[in-house]
Design a protein around this ligand. Structure first.
Ligand code: ATP
Ligand code: MG
Length: 293
């Protein structure tokens, strides 16, 4: 399987490897301990031999990708993630493949899955939640500026670095919109209203998800949870948002969540306004690093 996109030369150079060598191979890496297992393969700690840089090597089996018909999704994920450079977005340095496998060279997030941290603590402090939400808002502003909409922001897709920064991983459901590219080419004049609207609607998806995430960070459960799927749907459609009395959460936090979880996507609080919201300003660590204690 050939995956298009990603400038191998540039990516190799970014790991401190001379740009002359175009393609990565397994021989470029020392493989270490397994870090985890996903649907389509395994992730290993690895060291790039020339630069000594530690990375996470994600190994996917082509047969499984084909069987599940997700080759397209993977290709899109690679193309998008390869081009994103932000402290709160997991870097994808490059990829290579052999007969049976595809390998993704990823930034190593030493503290692992945010999901597990949340399970361990049950819910986060306001300081911790606000620090993560501010970092994610900045990462999403960056993505939207590059016309990329993530569409799948949730605790399972977030990793934590050695320093404690949150990193968005998993761009499998993301899309690259073309509205602004058209603007730059000067052809926006011809864009019909339903397309302009659908693009704005799409970016609003990430604001909604950030609101859900903020709620889950503070309460330990997503806001519209129900026993039956059909009830969850109903609660989402109605925006049946309730704040339980325990744990105690500040009214400023509840105000921010209420402004993100708005049914009409054009009325959701814009991401730059999220960063200016008093709860974020008062609680988020400006470094984006959460330190316990
Ligand atoms: P899928 O993405 O196929 O739905 P998944 O998210 O569970 O599945 P992967 O993304 O393949 O699986 O990752 C498997 C596990 O490996 C993760 O749950 C995480 O614990 C670990 N892992 C993945 N990438 C990294 C990384 N860059 N740094 C540290 N650990 C990682
Ligand atoms: Mg994943």
């Amino acid at each position: 399987m050939a995956i298009a996109g990603g400038n191998q030369e540039e990516e190799k150079a970014s790991l401190g490897v001379p740009a002359m060598e175009m393609r990565w191979t397994l021989n470029d890496f020392d493989i270490g301990k397994p870090l985890g297992r996903g649907k389509f393969g395994h992730v290993y700690l690895a060291r790039e031999k020339k630069s000594n840089q530690i990375v996470a090597l994600k190994v996917l089996f082509k047969s499984q990708l084909k069987q599940s018909q997700v080759e397209h999704q993977l290709r899109r994920e690679v193309e998008i993630q390869c081009h994103l450079r932000h402290p709160n977005i997991l870097r994808l340095y490059g990829y290579f493949y052999d007969q049976s496998r595809v390998y993704l060279i990823l930034e190593y997030a030493a503290k692992g899955e945010l999901y597990k941290e949340l399970q361990k603590c049950k819910y986060f402090s306001e300081r911790r939640a606000a620090t993560y939400i501010a970092s994610l808002a900045r990462a999403l502003i960056y993505c939207h500026g590059k016309h990329v909409i993530h569409r799948d922001i949730k605790p399972e897709n977030l990793l934590i670095s050695m320093q404690g920064e949150v990193k968005i991983a998993d761009f499998g459901w993301s899309v690259h919109t073309f509205s602004r590219r058209k603007t730059m080419c000067g052809t926006l004049d011809y864009l019909p209203p339903e397309m302009v609207e659908s693009i704005e609607h799409d970016a609003g998806v990430d604001i909604w998800s950030l609101g859900v995430l903020c709620y889950e960070f503070l309460y330990g459960l997503p806001p519209f949870e129900a026993k039956q799927h059909s009830d969850t749907y109903r609660r989402i459609v109605k925006v049946d948002l309730k704040f339980p009395p325990i744990p105690i959460v500040s009214s400023a936090a509840k105000d921010l969540i209420s402004q993100m979880l708005v049914k009409d996507s054009s009325k959701r609080l814009a991401l730059h306004k999220v960063l200016e919201h008093p709860w974020i300003v008062q609680n988020a660590d400006p470094s984006g690093i959460y330190r316990a204690g």
